[in-house]
Ligand binder design. Structure first.
Ligand SMILES: NC(=O)c1ccc[n+]([C@@H]2O[C@H](COP(=O)([O-])OP(=O)(O)OC[C@H]3O[C@@H](n4cnc5c(N)ncnc54)[C@H](OP(=O)(O)O)[C@@H]3O)[C@@H](O)[C@H]2O)c1
Length: 248
């Protein structure tokens, strides 16, 4: 299996894309640490994974990526259970919609704190654990980082910054054989889109997509598997669009 013996932390893995990445990595032999903030989702995901996978191979931790203490604890608990770390997927994110005129400083900063600072904090923490052995860091960006999106200035800004973080980290951490890449999905039918995006916008984006549909998380996991595996041993600093051709 592609990830035999590897250990992965996936932030924002209690639902949607992150949960499907977690299942894919488990099926491919990895030990996986799942995290999020919602206590109910944490219980549900534990019960769901217990049905299919061995409890020895995964750990579910409550961690808010905006909290430096929570992030430190997430990595400490991971090392306590699995002894090393090979893969970090910075996937936690929120995508609220509001007009520029009505967005408060606090609302804008909240999005940057989760989507950007969360990835920054987790990556900073991962370095010391990956420095001697190498590793793969994968950031979830978005097509809006390249394309823009009305009523999502904070979200688009956070994802554009993720692209900058990815490239700068790839240049800085390559000397430790730590590879840093990003995946930029198009529209993916998850809780995030169902809660924050109206049907008309989704239909319009689907029509503009050469493959004429939105994605399911299952459409994305192959690229996260590739980037985490040794198949991608010479791939770093890339931002890979997985969007049915929406941005090209
Ligand atoms: N869906 C799309 O169309 C789309 C497109 C491009 C990019 N993306 C990106 O894909 C990633 C996953 O989104 P999704 O579509 O799968 O939505 P989702 O189902 O809402 O997943 C978001 C995840 O982030 C977690 N999260 C939110 N705030 C957090 C915090 N402060 N600390 C830790 N975890 C936190 C959530 O867990 P809790 O609720 O338990 O906190 C959840 O597990 C996001 O980065 C998003 O921007 C999505």
């Amino acid at each position: 299996m592609k990830l035999d013996g590897k250990v992965a932390i996936i932030t924002g893995s209690t639902s949607g894309i992150g949960l499907d990445i977690a299942k894919c990595y488990l099926k491919n032999g990895a030990n996986v640490v799942i995290c999020g903030t919602n206590p109910k989702k944490l219980i549900n995901v534990t019960n769901e994974l217990k049905e299919e996978f061995n409890l020895d191979n995964f750990l579910v931790i409550k961690a808010d990526v905006t909290s430096t203490e929570d992030v430190k604890n997430l990595f400490r608990e991971t090392i306590n259970k699995f002894k090393h770390l090979d893969i970090l997927v910075n996937n936690a994110g929120v995508a609220p919609r509001s007009s520029m005129e009505e967005t408060s400083d606090e609302e804008f900063l909240k999005v940057l704190n989760i989507n950007l600072m969360g990835a920054f904090k987790c990556t900073r923490e991962a370095i010391s654990y990956m420095k001697d052995t190498g590793g793969s860091i994968i950031n979830t960006s978005s097509f809006v980082s390249l394309y823009g999106s009305p009523y999502q200035a904070a979200y688009s800004s956070s994802k554009a910054a993720i692209n900058g973080l990815t490239k700068s980290n790839a240049k800085e951490l390559g000397k430790y054989n730590i590879r840093v890449n990003a995946v930029a999905p198009g529209v993916v039918m998850t809780e995030m889109v169902k809660n924050d995006c109206d049907e008309e916008t989704i239909n319009r984006l689907n029509l503009m997509t050469p493959l004429k549909r939105g994605a399911t998380p299952d459409d994305l996991v192959g690229i996260y598997l590739y980037l985490a595996s040794d198949d991608a041993k010479f791939t770093t600093g890339t931002i890979i669009n997985i969007d049915g051709g929406l941005v090209m």
